[in-house]
Structures are given as structure tokens and as C-alpha cells.
Design a protein around this ligand. Structure first.
Ligand code: PLP
Length: 385
């Protein structure tokens, strides 16, 4: 028998059975009334999860498509853009802006650290910062397991007046990101993360200021054009054929999210992330992200000295059926990553910790059997009935 697999990567994440089933709904006319109702209902629920009263645009694409759409709709070639990068995905956001002709200045942190808010404030206070048109920030850096202090970052950028464009692809829904309250101008998300649906949809929420900027911006775009999209959305349609089956999945998943409620979802992610972190520490493993900025959706763990990470992850996958994420780029042989976002519960965490203990023990690593599981259980038991 093919054994049950635990998918513990930071996206794509497991999809609840009811959501999977919804994707088998027969096709409908995407220019007809049933579709219009579906799109309206999706947008109502999306505004709840983005915590915004403003426009939200959906494209059939992975998250990177949403990042590119944000850059090309809000900026013009030659615009001065400040990239606050703390890892692989922050660098990607900067690179997209560069490819489309923005003048990109980088304010990068060492990997594992959050954005340096004081350095950002200092940079934005200099006279030559006056022409900075936009600041690019990653809410949750999936490559390092670091979550930025968005409240502090947003405060500093609002004072300056630049547009604040946020990649929240792996953070939204798992951790609180109140778009309107923080004054974020664009928030990009992706379906395969805490939305609990398969890959294939990206979302961009826009402030009125961002919408205004999109009317002036001159970077080339056609398929990604926000103006065309919004005009069509006024008629409850999209200009091009929407990913109807993913919309069914989204409608269903958003209903689950609405029923659980954002505060409960944030609390669940916080509890499970803490249980996992404590378990790793109980095993003597070192967490990669700086304390105080550890993500509740993904944890990066340093590989103990002398342990072959490829062989370790292979053992976890092939013997224990637990699929983990590897390190990206220069972190390839330094860390492994566990995603604990979306459709995740306490026993996903406990099973993963148990598998890690066994694999480490087999490979001669520092793994007192049961110690990590015990630490996780102690945290999980705090959950009220
Ligand atoms: C923070 C972040 N930004 C961007 C991306 C890219 O998204 P996609 O692979 O959906 O294009 C990811 C994907 O993991 C991510 O975690």
C-alpha cells in the first residue's frame, strides 16, 4: 500500500477534502449569472482575509505573477525603488522591478535577520530619498522563516510617503496583516499557501493610492493590466477566461476560513509554530531565524554539524513519509524547512517532530527519542477546549 504522506513544505500545502471535492463541480459559462455570483461572493470573502475595504484583483498565476503585476502596474521605467530584502523572495521582488527598468536600491539584511527598521528610517530621512517612489517589502520570508515587523516598517514608510508594496504570499491568513490599518498600498498573496487551495491563483489587493499610481504608471503590461481587469470586474467578470475550478476551491476554502475566523486561525498558527520550535530546541537543534521574528507559517532549522541534509530529508521522505523543504540558494546545505500553514493541525506537528527524532537518531544526530514530541505536546495542551 502507498502510505499516507505528510506534506510539510511551505507550499503547496495540503487541501481540505471538501475543497478538493469542490473542484469537481461542472464547468459554467464564465460570462453567465452563476459565475457572476461566484466572483462577487469570492471578493466579499477575500476582503475579510486581506482586512481591506479596497479593490482586490485575481489572476490565474503563481505568486510571482502577482509580484510582476504589482511592479508593472504601479511603476514606470526609471523610478527609484527601495528594496528591503531579507532573503530569496525579497531579492526576487527587487529583480522583477529591475528587469522592467526601475532604478533599484537595496537595503538588505543578513539572511535569518528581519528588516532593519532603524536603517530604513535613516535612509528615508535623507534628502536624496525624496524621489523614492516605492518600497518593496516581504511580509514573511519563506526562505529563512523570518517574519518582518510590518507595523514598524509601515509606520516609517507612511511618514516618507512612498508606496509600500508587500509580498505577503506565505504570510497572509497565517499571521495578522491588517492592510487598511497599516496603510499598505499593495498586498500580494498566492493560493497554495494559507488559502488551502492548490497553486494557480494570485491575488493583489490595492489601496486607493496604488490605484491612482496605476493610472500614471508606464511599465509595459497587457495581460496583467489592472485597469482592464477592474473594468471587467465591474460587470462581475474578468477580461480573460478565469480559472473556474480554482474559484470553486477558493469559494469553499474562504468559507472555511470565515467560519473559523481570522483570530482563531492566527492563534492556531501561533500555537503550532511554537510547539514545533520548542520541539526542535528540545532536540538540541538551532533555529535559523532571529528570536522575536520567527514565522508562524514556516520554520527553518540549521542542520547539525556533519549531518548530510540530502540524506536526512530523503530518509524522512522515503521511510517516514514526511516531506520537508530544503534550503534555497546558498542555504542549501545549511538548513531544512518545515511549513506549518493552512490546513494544519496538532498531529501534523507531532508526527513531523517524531519523524525528525527518528531520522536524526538513525543518522547518529543529537536526538533523544521522545524529547521533541514531549516539548510539542506541552505547548499543544495549552490550547483551550
Ligand atoms: C514569500 C514568497 N514570495 C514569493 C513566492 C513565489 O511564489 P510562486 O512560487 O507562487 O510564484 C513565494 C513562494 O514560495 C514566497 O514564499
Amino acid at each position: 500500500m502507498k502510505e499516507k504522506q505528510l506534506l510539510m513544505i511551505p507550499g503547496p500545502t495540503p487541501v481540505p477534502p471538501g475543497v478538493l471535492k469542490s473542484m469537481a463541480t461542472p464547468m459554467i459559462n464564465h460570462r453567465g449569472p452563476e459565475y457572476a455570483r461566484l466572483q462577487r461572493e469570492i471578493l466579499r470573502k477575500l476582503r475579510l482575509v486581506f482586512q481591506t475595504g479596497h479593490e482586490i484583483i485575481l489572476f490565474p498565476a503563481s505568486g510571482t505573477g502577482g509580484m510582476e503585476a504589482t511592479i508593472t502596474n504601479l511603476l514606470s521605467p526609471g523610478d527609484h525603488v527601495l528594496s528591503v530584502s531579507i532573503g530569496v523572495f525579497g531579492d526576487r521582488f527587487a529583480r522583477i522591478a529591475e528587469v522592467f527598468g526601475a532604478k533599484v536600491e537595496r537595503l538588505s539584511s543578513e539572511w535569518g535577520q528581519p528588516a532593519d527598521v532603524d536603517a530604513l528610517q535613516e535612509r528615508l530621512a535623507r534628502p536624496d530619498a525624496a524621489d523614492i517612489k516605492a518600497v518593496l517589502v516581504t511580509h514573511n520570508e519563506t526562505s529563512t522563516g523570518v517574519v518582518n515587523d510590518m507595523e514598524a516598517i509601515a509606520g516609517v514608510i507612511r511618514e516618507h510617503g512612498a508606496l509600500l508594496l508587500v509580498d505577503a504570499i506565505s504570510g497572509l491568513i497565517a499571521m495578522d496583516l491588517p492592510m487598511d490599518r497599516l496603510g499598505l498600498d499593495a498586498v500580494v498573496a498566492g493560493s497554495q499557501k494559507a488559502f488551502m487551495i492548490p497553486p494557480g491563483l494570485t491575488f493583489v489587493a490595492l489601496s486607493p493610492r496604488a490605484l491612482g499610481a496605476s493610472k500614471e504608471a508606464r511599465m509595459p503590461r497587457y495581460y496583467w493590466d489592472f485597469g482592464m481587469m477592474l473594468k471587467s470586474m465591474e460587470k462581475d467578470q474578468t477580461p480573460y477566461t478565469p480559472a473556474v475550478s480554482l474559484y470553486y476551491a477558493l469559494d469553499e476554502a474562504l468559507s472555511l476560513i470565515e467560519a473559523e475566523g481570522l483570530p482563531a486561525i492566527f492563534a492556531r498558527h501561533a500555537l503550532l509554530a511554537e510547539a514545533f520550535r520548542k520541539a526542535m530546541e528540545a532536540l538540541g537543534l538551532e533555529l535559523f531565524a532571529q528570536e522575536g521574528y520567527r514565522s508562524n507559517s514556516v520554520t527553518a532549522i540549521r542542520i547539525p554539524e556533519g549531518l548530510d541534509v540530502k540524506a536526512f530529508r530523503k530518509l524522512l521522505r522515503e521511510k517516514y513519509n514526511v516531506v520537508t523543504g530544503g534550503g534555497q540558494q546558498r542555504l542549501e546545505s545549511e538548513i531544512f524547512r518545515i511549513g506549518h500553514l493552512g490546513f494544519v493541525g496538532p498531529f501534523d506537528i507531532i508526527s513531523t517532530v517524531a519523524a525528525i527524532e527518528m531520522a536524526l537518531s538513525e543518522m547518529g544526530g543529537p536526538a533523544p527519542l521522545g524529547q521533541g514530541v514531549r516539548a510539542a505536546e506541552e505547548i499543544i495542551m495549552r490550547k483551550p477546549l
